[in-house]
Design a protein around this ligand. Structure first.
Ligand code: 13P
Length: 248
């Protein structure tokens, strides 16, 4: 099953508006046919970045969103506001949100509903901690996260779903999963997806995330169930991220 490779940069809390606009403009020249590419700036930089690359194939995404559309929810941004600002994608359930901001599968499920209602593409993040992996809980953790986040949705509703497998121990540590470890986890994720969304599982792109760099991207992306990358640190520099796009 041919799945279009999808490379996304998660800028996290990095890059000012002017830095982000400059990087995004540069990335337009690094795009290549047959590879979907997006950047996920801070909420502040999202609109100016989207404006700067409007008309190009570079997509823009949010790093999170709230489930209510608007109202008295100080500090939040909703899916409809992200869409209005130019977003096409929204990252959901990143491990940093789970770890520092109390995100759970139940709250991710509510956010997912809002994202899909706006016609935005969700990038659902899942992944185990090192203690969970060492404790033999890898499969149980991934299964719980997938089934909890996707509970109550039909396959038809999840047509655009993208999943990002990001082992927590590989994020920002320079310690990437081996391509064999990543492939094994991705194949398992796809098998769990098959139980939830049936044959759609063959079309769901599963990105790998966690210390993806120019020098390991090709090997990771050549695995049969690795359909792209969610890139943190190496998405912040034009040369590094361009090289990852080139490897896809
Ligand atoms: P790093 O590429 O910096 O390890 O971050 C990965 C990540 O968390 C992407 O969402």
């Amino acid at each position: 099953m041919a799945r279009t490779p999808f490379i996304a940069g998660n800028w996290k809390l990095n890059l000012t508006v002017s830095e982000g606009v400059a990087l995004a403009k540069g990335l337009v020249g690094a795009l290549k046919p047959g590879v979907e590419v997006a950047v996920c700036p801070t909420f502040l930089a999202l609109y100016p970045v989207a404006q700067a690359v409007a008309g190009s194939a570079l997509g823009v995404g949010g790093q999170n969103c709230y489930w209510e559309e608007k109202g008295a929810f100080t500090g939040e941004a909703s899916a409809s506001f992200l869409k209005d600002a130019g977003a096409k994608y929204v990252i959901l359930g990143h491990s940093e949100r789970r770890q520092y901001f109390g995100e759970t599968d139940a709250t991710i499920n509510k956010r997912l509903k809002a994202v899909l209602a706006q016609g935005l593409v969700p990038i659902l993040c899942i992944g185990e901690t090192l203690a969970e992996r060492d404790g033999g809980l890898l499969q149980q953790v991934l299964k719980t996260q997938i089934e909890g986040s996707l509970a109550g949705f039909t396959a038809a509703q999840l047509e655009t779903l993208v999943v990002a497998y990001e082992p927590v121990w590989a994020i920002g540590t320079g310690r990437t999963a081996s391509s064999a470890q990543a492939q094994e986890a991705h194949a398992f994720v796809r098998s769990v997806l098959r139980g939830v969304v049936g044959d759609l599982a063959d079309r769901v792109r599963i990105q790998y995330g966690g210390s993806v760099k120019a020098d390991n991207a090709k090997e990771l992306l050549s695995q049969p169930d690795i359909d792209g990358a969610l890139v943190g640190g190496a998405s912040l520099k034009l040369a590094d991220f361009s090289a990852i796009i080139a490897a896809a």
